[in-house]
Design a protein around this ligand. Structure first.
Ligand SMILES: Cc1cc2nc3c(=O)[nH]c(=O)nc-3n(C[C@H](O)[C@H](O)[C@H](O)COP(=O)(O)OP(=O)(O)OC[C@H]3O[C@@H](n4cnc5c(N)ncnc54)[C@H](O)[C@@H]3O)c2cc1C
Length: 419
């Protein structure tokens, strides 16, 4: 069967990899270049055990500070865009304990199977992607947030998540000695020894090279704008370079997926959640963290990737504005200097921005839409965890397409809308 995968980010490329392995002929269609979207400069965390969705009842208490503080990691720029308001309302409805617990359980399962698959591929294909298994430490600035972190730890333990431990400030410094110089006060942390990190862009580039060598066709700098339909079946993706024909289509265009889905009359609850990163050269190895660190108050993550420190954070609901305000980059470099003084060269921060494809409840959208074309599979909405979850949702897409009947263009399996 010939499958056209739209989007060459981590979701599209991991899907293309598994489809190629299953013996399908694959074309990847990408409007720019490999990893041009959110997969290109993200935090690099394979965050298999930190999956708590943003839509949590705890957000209500934090909301005044998050919305009013000038140093807040969250920015909402209200617009007349009805899609923004619809997303915000769905997000607020998802902020209940029941939904948050269900989502956490679901994400832990997905993350565990993604880890298994990614590590298998990493070993089999020897992907050069600066993969490390140095663990992750989330540090808390005050007792109230530390207690909330401990409650999440015990929930995840009950749900069968990987071992995690609550540690005092001194124990945190034993785990990551670079924290001893920190000018920021913190009261303790949650440590997960099994967490990993890697460069998501390098994973994408490695998969691209492998796939090209194995016969996958890449149409880069080719923008899809719509689909050509015959009844309820897509026959081609319409692009600025002409029509691309295939038997089935996988929509993995990240934060831009809602627009393409609308072109075939389906509405998916997706909105871009903008974030930023800087990539800093390490100048004093002993002052830089080896363990991945999350500063929970600032919602900033630090991961050593090769000889550099990737620092990522912020969440902005500002539509599709891709500008990079210098103040955001200053905030990230300042956060680095206060937590790890003297560790990095701050002069050349390599600023980057990306749009998380965010669903209101934090769960990806995988499968065929009940009212959509028969041969369109969605694989999007990975939000803040796309690198972590991509291989699990790619496997779900590959499983759906295994039972695909080309003659009737019908999926023989039940429709699965959520991952
Ligand atoms: C600041 C930040 C930090 C993050 N940190 C982490 C982290 O530490 N760990 C983690 O697991 N996740 C993290 N994420 C989330 C993760 O980066 C995303 O969930 C993931 O990259 C989404 O992958 P994707 O392939 O769905 O989308 P993308 O990577 O955005 O790929 C979509 C691709 O589709 C292409 N495209 C769009 N429209 C069209 C079109 N019309 N025609 C053709 N091509 C099109 C785009 O050019 C793009 O290349 C972070 C995100 C941000 C912004």
């Amino acid at each position: 069967m010939h499958v056209c995968v739209l989007g060459a980010g981590i979701a599209g490329l991991s899907t293309a990899y598994l489809l190629n392995k299953a013996g399908h002929s694959v074309t990847v269609l990408e409007r720019a270049s490999v990893a041009a979207g959110a997969s290109g400069g993200n935090g690099g965390q394979l965050s298999y055990s930190y999956v708590q969705p943003l839509a949590d009842p705890g957000i209500w208490k934090q909301l005044p500070r998050l919305l009013l503080s000038p140093s807040s990691p969250l920015t909402v720029r209200p617009s007349i865009d009805v899609k923004q308001w619809r997303w915000v309302l769905s997000f607020m409805r998802a902020c209940t304990t029941t939904r948050s617990v269900m989502t956490t359980a679901h994400l832990l399962d997905l993350a565990a199977s993604s880890r298994e698959l990614f590590e298998e591929i990493l070993k089999a294909e020897k992907l050069a992607c600066n993969f490390t298994r140095t663990g992750k430490l989330v540090i808390y600035g005050d007792n109230a947030s530390f207690e909330a972190g401990k409650r999440q730890l015990s929930l995840q333990r009950d749900l069968g998540g990987a071992p995690q431990q609550a540690v005092t400030r001194d124990q945190a410094i034993d785990i990551e000695p670079a924290l001893a110089r920190s000018q920021r006060s913190f009261v303790g942390g949650i440590y997960t020894a099994s967490e990993c990190a890697a460069d998501c862009r390098l994973v994408c580039e490695e998969l691209f090279k492998l796939l090209q060598a194995r016969g996958t066709r890449f149409l880069l700098e080719t923008t899809a704008s719509a689909f050509a339909l015959r009844g309820k079946t897509i026959v081609a993706a319409r692009t600025d370079m002409g029509d691309v024909f295939a038997d089935a289509f996988v929509l993995a265009t990240g934060a831009a997926s809602a627009q393409l889905a609308r072109s075939v009359g389906i509405r998916i609850p997706l909105y871009p959640l903008k974030g930023y990163s800087v990539t800093l050269d390490i100048k004093r190895a002993e002052a830089a963290p080896k363990v991945s660190i999350t500063d929970s108050a600032r919602k900033v993550v630090f991961a050593q990737i090769g000889r550099q420190l990737r620092v990522a954070g912020m969440a902005e609901l500002v539509g599709t504005d891709e500008s990079i305000p210098p103040s955001r980059i200053r905030a990230l470099t300042k956060a680095t200097e206060s937590l790890f003084p003297g560790a990095c060269q701050l002069g050349m921060p390599r600023p980057w921005t990306g749009m998380r494809p965010a669903t209101p409840d934090g769960l990806p959208i995988v499968g065929r839409h009940p009212s959509g074309p028969r041969n369109l599979i969605l694989n999007t909405g990975h939000g803040a965890l796309g690198f972590t979850l991509a291989f699990a949702t790619a496997a779900q897409v590959a499983a759906l397409l295994k039972d695909f009947d080309v003659a009737s263009a019908r999926l023989a399996v039940p429709v699965a809308l959520r991952a």
